[in-house]
Structures are given as structure tokens and as C-alpha cells.
Design a protein around this ligand. Sequence first.
Ligand SMILES: NC(=O)c1ccc[n+]([C@@H]2O[C@H](COP(=O)([O-])OP(=O)(O)OC[C@H]3O[C@@H](n4cnc5c(N)ncnc54)[C@H](O)[C@@H]3O)[C@@H](O)[C@H]2O)c1
Ligand SMILES: [Zn+2]
Ligand SMILES: [Zn+2]
Length: 369
Amino acid sequence: MKTQAAVLWEAGTQWSVEEVDLGDPLPGEVRVKLAASGMCHSDEHLLTGDLPAPLPIVGGHEGAGWVEAVGKGVTTVQEGDPVVLSFIPSCGRCRACSTGHQNLCELGALILSGSELAGGQRITARGQGVGTMCCLGTFSPYVVAHENSVVKVRGDIPLDKAALVGCGVTTGYGSSVYTAEVKAGDVLCVIGVGGIGMNAVQGGRIAGARYIVAIDPTPSKLDTAKRFGATHTATSIDEARAIVLDITDGHMADAAVIAIGVGEGEIIASAMGLIGKNGRLVMTSISPLMQIDAKISLLDMTLFQKQLRGSIFGSANPRHDIPRLLDLYRDGILKLDDLITKTYTLDQINEGYADMRDGRNIRGVILFD
Ligand SMILES: NC(=O)c1ccc[n+]([C@@H]2O[C@H](COP(=O)([O-])OP(=O)(O)OC[C@H]3O[C@@H](n4cnc5c(N)ncnc54)[C@H](O)[C@@H]3O)[C@@H](O)[C@H]2O)c1
Ligand SMILES: [Zn+2]
Ligand SMILES: [Zn+2]
């Protein structure tokens, strides 16, 4: 079928919204008519070249919609089902999946390959094959995806909000609750409170953190962070350090999450300075491929038994956590509505990313008809 999609042809350029050909679902695949797609910072990393994926590529990996057609052999969803797309597929059988770590499914190796899970490419434009971000490509009103990437959800959830649970919400929430293991009474710092960090803040709140310090140079983000559960705010790590010293009587924080737009090695040493003995520092930001240097006091790490942990998809299990987080939303525990700062049409995608760069959005969302 013919549809529209935002294609990146060359790093350092803009998204090009144009007509593409989308093939029918192969065995194991489904076609999803999307309600909405979030504009995560990770797609911006394709544009800057920080994330190496073969180009051209249709961007977008944070979507939700309705199953419109199913390929042969699909068993977990049927036509008309409301679904959230998971930016990491889960096969349910590999070592990671079968030990409760679906975020580390072996199929994750394909998400930056520009290929589809069933093999080959489903999209063509200007006479050539086009890949998709995370085997999805949600910057298009229609997505053909493998059922391994599709999670059925209840019908009473607004899908434009549910889209954000396909990446940002689960990643941020899980970075605090699962990777950093924030528990009742803990003190948590969140460095960078955009789409991911705001959910790390609310994850900490839901887990029962005593104090949550939100750190971001943009004042409007800090105001929003207070509504999501931050008890204190700071415009820099240095400013936050003085606050954490004071509120913990010098013990420092139990956990910190780094969710700044572009990961940088320089920040690690000062972020480690926010946590105390047995503290966990979580690196959730995506850093440029060639960023291999980090500043860190190794003596401090040893003597205070601090841990530095990476986090992909918030250490979550998408098949369990996506429906569960939507349950928390329905019960009024998890905020989704307030995450969406502004909505755009697909044609306005470059405007949406300019707003993200300028710090105007917690999350910009593309709405489809
Ligand atoms: N690990 C994962 O599974 C995963 C999943 C999704 C996104 N990400 C990554 O998480 C990061 C955040 O994504 P996002 O969509 O929230 O981006 P965003 O642009 O919405 O938010 C980033 C925030 O960081 C703030 N910031 C920038 N530099 C800072 C600094 N030095 N100190 C404090 N705050 C600073 C910005 O003001 C902004 O509010 C990106 O690198 C993204 O690619 C990782
Ligand atoms: Zn994302
Ligand atoms: Zn698996």
C-alpha cells in the first residue's frame, strides 16, 4: 500500500516526509494503523549520526494503534486489537527472555540493523529499500511489524497516551524502579528531566522515594518535575550536590539516573558524587558510538562500594510492564497526559524536533487521523 513516512536519507539533514510503498505483512507480521507516535530523543541520534543505523531509514519507535491486518501464523493478536509497539522485540524463548530480561532479548540485535524481524525490508521509496528504526518506523501512519514487537493492551486506554509506554515511560520508570532499585525511603537524583527523566522521577515517586532531586538547566522542566514527584530541583549537578548533602545529612543519595539528551563521559564523576555508600548510578542516556572516555574516581567507587549500571528499556519486561504501567495510568497512579507538551502532524516533524532541541517539550507527539 502507499502511505506517508518520515525518512532520513543522510545524517546531518532533516526528516523528509514523503510517499512510500509499504509491503503486506509476511508470516508472523501484522500491520498496525497508528494513533500516535512519540518523538523520543533516540531518533534525533539517528539524525546527528550518534546512533549508527543503515540509511535510508523511517524513524520512530514509540507508537500505539490498532491491528489492521495479520500475516499467516500470527497467534497473539488479531484484527482490531489495540496494541502498543515495543521498541525492543521479545521472542519469549531466548536466554534473556526466559530468565526475565525481555529488554535484553536476542532480537534486540536487529533494532539498529535497518531490517525487519522477518527479514528484508518492507518499505521502498525512490525505488530503493528503506529500513525502519527498531524494526518499527512509527513516523508513518502505518507500520508493518513482527508480532514479537507488538503488545496487546486493553481497549479503554487512549492510544495517543499509551504510545509513550512503548519507550519513554517504561524506560524512565524502569531506570529508577528496576535498574536503580529505588525503594521506599530512598533518595533519588534524576539528571535531565525530559521525556525519559520525567518518568524516572515518577518511577521514584511510585516506588516510595523520600526525596527526589530533579536536575535540568531548563526551568520549565523543573516546574513540571515537581508535579511528577520531585521534592527538590537544581539547574546543575553542583547545585544539586549541596541540596543532597543537606537533605541526607551528608550520606548522599541512594540512586541517581542520567537521562540527559546526549550521554557524555565527562558527567560520570560528578554524577557519582551525588550518590553515597552502596549507591547506584544508572546510565540511561544514549551516547555517541565513539564516546569511550569517562571521568570517574575509581578510588571513590571502591571505597564507597558504588555501582555504575547501564539501562536499556529500563530493565523492563515489555510484555509484562507495558500493560502493567497502563493499569497504573488507569488507576491514576502513573501520569501520561501531562507528559505530552504539544502534538504535531507528521508534516510538522522537523518543527517538533526543533522544539525538543530548544527545550520546549517534555514529549512532542505526532497524531495520525
Ligand atoms: N537506554 C534506553 O533504553 C533509552 C530509551 C530511550 C531514550 N534513551 C535516551 O535517553 C536520553 C534522554 O531522552 P529524552 O527523550 O528524555 O530526551 P529529551 O531531549 O526529552 O530530554 C533530555 C533532557 O536533558 C536535559 N539536559 C541536557 N544536558 C543536561 C545536563 N548536562 N544536565 C542536566 N540536564 C541536561 C535537557 O534540558 C532535557 O530536558 C537520550 O539520550 C535518549 O536517546 C535511552
Ligand atoms: Zn525511545
Ligand atoms: Zn528473546
